[in-house]
Write a new protein. Structure first.
Length: 611
């Protein structure tokens, strides 16, 4: 085994250290051999090779037929040879390469990639850096990682003494298909690299303190530290999240004290945000102590009459509007997020406008439910996640959403630099009848969510590209992607429908990071499915629709209509407010047609979806 570590009081480099002679504890080596033989008992190996046999810790338990090699043999039966210049002289049959290769000067990676040329399975003790995606991407593509575990402390012997070197045991299998490389994201919407003068955070990049947050009072080297500033959230949020990340533990996967890079920081941050989103979605409704409501003025301006008329027409046809009103079917919204100070005070009205658009959803939920004890009307500035059904289901059921508009909030970083954050201003009205809890469908007859091996394509679930369709080769981890396979339609037809969906607004309805949930995917797809049925009726009634002007036939109509409909901002918001449950449409096409036709003529409408 190789390491670059030397004893602090040693001024010379010993022969053993030059040759990376860190030998494996015999008991550990025997246990690894037994583990591997048990794992592959049903398909045993015909040839065993130990490429860096040393004192024979691995080759001895493998038996006398093991081919043992080493540049400096320390036991009988070990052939003096350089594994990197060695190949089997005869066919090996099913072959196992196992051992503890040298670490120094990229030798471990070289040993692994050389073994990929003839081994069926490679089992190596490797530097902890092989846990890093950047290092795994350098391994030969025909090798697939199937097992990984941390090597116990004090597992090695150097010049007769037990030593502790951070290592990992990995099992790689050779396969005919190339391994998919890890996607390495080095940027994130919430932060960006900058100089120390502009920074909200300082992270130690290399050395014994790698991964630790450092104070601002000290001037830090740009070569050894990473400086970040908040962009898509407040500096306080950013600091709080980074304080919860185990960056120091992850950095210990390095050699010589540890290291961490931007791709690892982004991955850790995204994982924390995904966990935060799951926690919010799974949290029960918040019950707050009784508090007095604060009456402050606020009055929305009405929509233009023609837009209100269109909304009323949709309601008359049975289409739920994206929010309800107390004065009739015409939806009311405001054109500005500015609350006018000169409007009359309304009795029982509460305005909560001191919640940052970057505040966690749980804080806003608690404030809302506390105000709901006495209020009749609540206007609240909230994170975009309040447009999610999972969040709205946690609010006091006596209140109904009557208004929802886009807004922004100004925030300042630790260095005084202003940031603008998107949020929403919502108005909720108390009513006698309770607000129905929105059903959230996660299944559809046309497709199902599945594992990577069974999928036809993938959808990125979180991150800057949330909602992006990807091939299986392009898709990253199962934590950040959803995998989909067709059930009652062809894979090509399913993909064509998904390509007409614009996820942009839905994916940004989150307090943490851009994301798309299964319920939103199902709802959007159902809307496209109904549009397809309408388009088929239209093309049958008017053959000119299938002429060169509409080369896609019915699907061409779907693409054109859905680009207008599904990308509409009000349409996106409506997904979280519709009361219909997203199940297969049991109506005939003639019964469904009037509603869909109205939607196809109005870019701000969407029909048949539920979130």
């Amino acid at each position: 085994m190789t390491t670059n570590t030397k004893a602090a009081d040693t001024r010379h480099v010993s022969i053993a250290e030059k040759m990376s002679q860190f030998y494996t504890n015999r008991q550990l080596a025997a246990a690894i051999v037994k583990q591997v033989k048990t794992r592959y008992d049903a398909n045993p190996f015909e040839t065993d090779i130990d490429p860096s046999a040393g004192e024979g810790a691995f080759s001895h338990p493998l038996g006398p037929d093991c081919i043992a090699l080493d540049l400096d043999p320390k036991a009988p039966g070990i052939v003096k040879a350089d594994f990197l210049n060695w190949t089997p002289a005869a066919p090996t049959g099913r072959c196992l390469v196992i051992g503890n290769p040298p670490f120094g000067e990229k030798a471990a990676l070289a040993f692994l990639n050389h073994a990929a040329g003839f081994a069926d399975v490679v089992v190596f003790i490797l530097p902890a850096t092989f846990r890093k995606k950047t290092q795994q991407n350098r391994v030969a593509r025909n090798l697939h990682l199937v097992h990984e575990e941390e090597v116990p402390q004090d597992a090695f012997i150097f010049e007769g003494k037990t030593v502790d070197v951070p290592c990992v045991l990995q099992i790689w299998e050779r396969r005919s298909e190339p391994r998919q490389l890890h996607t390495l994201e080095t940027t994130h919407p919430h932060f960006e690299r900058c100089s120390q003068a502009e920074a909200d955070l300082v992270i130690r990049r290399v050395g014994a303190h790698a991964g630790q947050l450092k104070p601002f009072e000290t001037q830090w080297s740009a070569q050894s530290n990473i400086f970040l500033r908040a962009t898509g959230c407040s500096p306080e949020e950013l600091k709080a999240r980074f304080a919860r990340l185990d960056m120091a533990g992850h950095a210990r996967n390095g050699v010589g004290g540890g290291s961490i890079n931007m791709s690892e920081i982004v991955a850790l941050y995204e994982a924390a945000l995904a966990e935060e989103a799951r926690t919010v979605a799974a949290a029960p409704a918040v019950s707050m102590p009784r508090q007095s409501a604060q009456a402050v003025p606020a009055a929305p301006e009405a929509l233009p009459i023609e837009q209100a008329d269109r909304t009323a027409q949709r309601a008359a046809l049975g289409e739920p509007a994206h929010c309800e009103t107390s004065g009739g079917p015409a939806a009311v919204a405001v054109r500005s997020d500015t609350l006018k100070a000169d409007t009359p005070v309304l009795s029982g009205q509460v305005v909560i406008d001191d919640i940052s658009g970057g505040a966690p959803a749980r804080e806003a939920i608690a404030r809302f439910n506390a105000a709901a004890v006495e209020a009749q009307l609540i206007t609240i500035k909230v994170p975009l996640s309040f447009r999610k059904t999972s969040v709205q289901n946690q609010l006091d059921p006596a209140f109904h959403l009557v208004n929802d508009i886009d807004a922004t909030v100004q925030m300042s970083g630790a260095n005084g630099r202003p940031h603008e954050r998107r949020c929403a201003t919502q108005t909720w009205e108390r009513r006698v009848e309770p607000r129905p809890q929105r059903a959230r469908e996660t299944r559809h007859p046309d497709f199902e969510f599945c594992g990577r091996a069974e999928a036809d394509f993938a959808i990125q679930r979180v991150g800057a590209n949330a909602g992006r369709l990807k091939t299986l080769e392009e898709a990253g981890s199962t934590q950040s992607h959803l995998f989909v396979r067709a059930v009652t339609c062809s894979a090509a037809e399913l993909l064509a429908r998904f390509k007409t969906i614009d996820f942009d607004n839905v994916r940004r309805n989150t307090a943490a990071m851009p994301s798309v949930a299964k319920t939103e995917i199902v709802a959007l797809y159902e809307a496209v499915r109904r549009l397809a049925a309408t388009a088929a009726d239209q093309s049958a009634a008017d053959p000119s629709l299938v002429l060169p002007g509409n080369p896609g036939g019915p699907m061409g109509l779907v693409a054109a209509a859905s680009q207008r409909i599904i990308s509409g901002r009000a349409a996106m918001r409506s997904l979280t407010h519709l009361t219909t449950v997203n199940r297969p449409d049991t109506r005939t096409r003639d019964e469904a047609r009037p509603e869909a036709l109205v939607a196809s003529e109005d870019p701000d409408a969407i029909t048949g979806a539920a979130a």
